[in-house]
Design a protein around this ligand. Sequence first.
Ligand code: SAM
Length: 195
Amino acid sequence: YVSGKKKATEVAHQVWKQVVQRGDTVVDATCGNGFDTLAMLKLVADDSGKGRVYGMDIQKDALDKTSTLLEESHCLNEKQYLKLFHICHSKMDEVVPLDASVRLVAFNLGYLPGGDKEIVTRSETTLLALEAAKRIIIPGGLISIVVYVGHPGGWDELEAIQAFTSTMTVDNWICCKLQMLNRPCAPIPIFLFRR
Ligand code: SAM
């Protein structure tokens, strides 16, 4: 048994691999327990010290869990590649340097697994964060979003994101959604490719 959640994030990680190269700068907009941050570190860290992951979460607890996961995964020496921020992701362009050439911004929405289920991503700030991601992503880059519809507010957030992406210009963006037709409540990966 592989949970739908795991499948959705694995699909996202596979797509990242097609886009991200060693030495790139990427953003984890929702660090949570750190699994996505770890996957990103493994993609970008190169021997010469290039490659950066800017990670953020509104919960300090999540950032602590991310740091712990990296330690347990023996990625301590990769910490030079990582910068963590205790902020709302709508402010990502205030902490990522203007000249950072960001190749990937990833969102894994919803609540912190094992944490307070009342603290969830919300449409209003998610859309502001998507605007910020659009500002910093370089041509050839990717905004990756895994949307959870199984909790209160999840469908509304999905609809808000779909409405937002449907206005993105075809000349600059290819916007795709992967929906499991035989499992309507499975998490939904959305990929916004910057042309
Ligand atoms: N990527 C994580 C992982 O690999 O374990 C899972 C992320 S979890 C599903 C969602 C996270 O989003 C939670 O840790 C939550 O605190 C965070 N979050 C909620 N609203 C946020 C916001 N406005 N800005 C940044 N993080 C937020």
